[in-house]
Design a protein around this ligand. Structure first.
Ligand code: NDP
Length: 324
C-alpha cells in the first residue's frame, strides 16, 4: 500500500510517500480501503519535528479517514460498507488515514452518513464534527440574543462552525486575522466580521459590553480571555482549540457576575451514539455547496507542506486528501 510515512533519526523527523507492506498495519477487527483523509491541526503536529502525540516511529499520521470496509471480523460491518473514522488517537498513537489501508476496531467507526459522499464527509472531518459538538454544547445551555462569535473563523473548525450556525439561522460574527478572507467567510454565512487584532489585547477590564449570544472558540489564549468578558448574561463559550495559545489569562468575574459558562469540547473520545447523532445532523443541516467551497484538494505528496502550513494558521477551510 502507498502511505505517507514519518521516520525519525538523530537528525530529526522526515516524511515521505513509500510503498509499505500491509502486514505492518496495527491489530484491529476491521480493515478499511481508505479513499480520503484530511489535514487537521494535530496532523500538522504529528508530521512536524515535535511529533505531537506520536510515540513510535515509523508512523503513518492522519487523524481521520473515510473509505470502504475491505475485511471485517466484527458483525457490525461487512466488506463494501462505507465508513468514517474520527478520533480514538488514530493517526497519533496508532497508524492513521494517510495510507491506502487502515486497520482499526469496529467501535472506532461510524457508517458514512446518508446523503454524503466520502469526500464530503472528509471535508467535514474531525474539524467539522468538533464544530457541531461545540454548537450542540452551547445550544444545550441556551444561545442568547446577539450574534454567535466564531474565532479562528477561516480555519477548519471555524469554517464549518460559521456555515453550520448560519444554516441554523443564527447571526454569525467571524473573527479572522486574514481580512482577505472576508468574501469567503461571508459566502459561508458570516453576517459580521471582527478583526483578530481587535481581540488580541490581554484583558484590561474584566467586563466589557455584553455582545455575543454564544461562542465557538478555536483559538484559546488571550483572545478567549477577552471574549469571556464580552459574553451576554448566561451565554456560553465552547472551547475547542488552542491555535492562539494554551495559557488563559482571564479573571473569574464573567463567571461570577454574568453567569458565563466555559464548556470544554473533546471530539476524540465521543461515544458511538453521540458521533452518529452529530454526523446525521451535519448531513441534514450543512449546505453541501458551502461545504464544497471550503475544500482544498490535496494528495499524499502535498502533506509535508500542508502540515507546516496548518501550524502557521495558513490553511483556509478544509484540506481533503485523495488517498486512493
Ligand atoms: P486551523 O489551523 O485550520 O484553524 C485555526 C485558525 O485559528 C487559523 O486558521 C487562524 O484563523 C486562527 N489562528 C491561528 N493562529 C492564531 C493565533 N496565533 N492567534 C489567533 N488566531 C490564530 O486548525 P483547526 O480549525 O483544524 O483546529 C483549530 C484548533 O482546534 C486547534 O488547536 C486544534 O488542535 C483544535 N481541535 C480540537 C478538537 C477537539 O476535539 N477539541 C478537534 C479538532 C481541532 P484566522 O486566519 O481566520 O484568524
Amino acid at each position: 500500500m502507498r502511505a505517507l510515512v514519518v521516520e525519525k533519526d538523530d537528525d530529526g523527523t522526515r516524511a515521505s510517500v513509500q510503498d509499505v507492506d500491509e502486514a505492518r498495519l496495527p491489530e484491529g477487527t476491521v480493515t478499511v480501503a481508505v479513499s480520503h483523509s484530511t489535514v487537521n491541526y494535530k496532523d500538522g503536529l504529528c508530521l512536524g519535528p515535535g511529533g505531537g502525540l506520536v510515540r513510535t516511529y515509523p508512523h503513518v499520521p492522519g487523524i481521520d479517514f473515510a473509505g470502504v470496509v475491505e475485511a471485517s471480523e466484527d458483525d457490525r460491518y461487512v466488506p463494501g460498507d462505507a465508513v468514517v473514522l474520527t478520533g480514538w488517537r488514530v493517526g497519533e498513537t496508532r497508524w492513521g488515514g494517510y495510507a491506502e489501508k487502515a486497520r482499526v476496531d469496529a467501535d472506532m467507526l461510524v457508517p458514512l452518513p446518508d446523503g454524503m459522499t466520502a469526500r464530503q464527509a472528509m471535508a467535514v472531518g474531525t474539524a467539522g464534527l468538533t464544530a457541531m459538538l461545540a454548537i450542540q454544547a452551547i445550544e444545550d445551555r441556551g444561545i442568547r440574543e446577539g450574534p454567535v462569535l466564531v474565532t479562528g473563523a477561516a480555519g477548519g473548525v471555524g469554517s464549518v462552525a460559521v456555515a453550520l450556525l448560519a444554516a441554523m439561522g443564527h447571526p454569525v460574527a467571524a473573527v479572522t486575522g486574514r481580512p482577505e478572507q472576508e468574501g469567503y467567510l461571508r459566502d459561508l454565512g458570516a453576517s459580521q466580521m471582527v478583526a483578530r487584532a481587535d481581540l488580541a489585547d490581554t484583558v484590561k477590564r474584566p467586563l466589557e459590553a455584553e455582545t455575543w449570544g454564544g461562542c465557538v472558540d478555536a483559538v484559546g489564549g488571550a483572545m478567549l480571555a477577552r471574549v469571556l468578558g464580552q459574553m451576554r448574561y448566561g451565554a456560553s463559550v465552547a472551547a475547542v482549540g488552542l491555535a492562539g495559545g494554551a495559557a488563559l489569562p482571564a479573571t473569574v468575574i464573567p463567571f461570577l457576575l454574568r453567569g458565563v459558562a466555559l464548556l470544554g469540547i473533546d471530539s476524540v473520545m465521543q461515544p458511538f451514539d453521540a458521533r452518529v447523532r452529530a454526523w446525521r445532523r451535519i448531513a441534514d443541516v450543512l449546505p453541501m455547496d458551502r461545504l464544497e467551497a471550503m475544500i482544498v484538494p490535496a494528495t499524499l505528496d502535498d502533506l509535508p507542506r500542508l502540515g507546516a502550513d496548518i501550524l502557521q494558521g495558513q490553511v483556509r477551510g478544509r484540506v481533503v486528501v485523495e488517498v486512493a
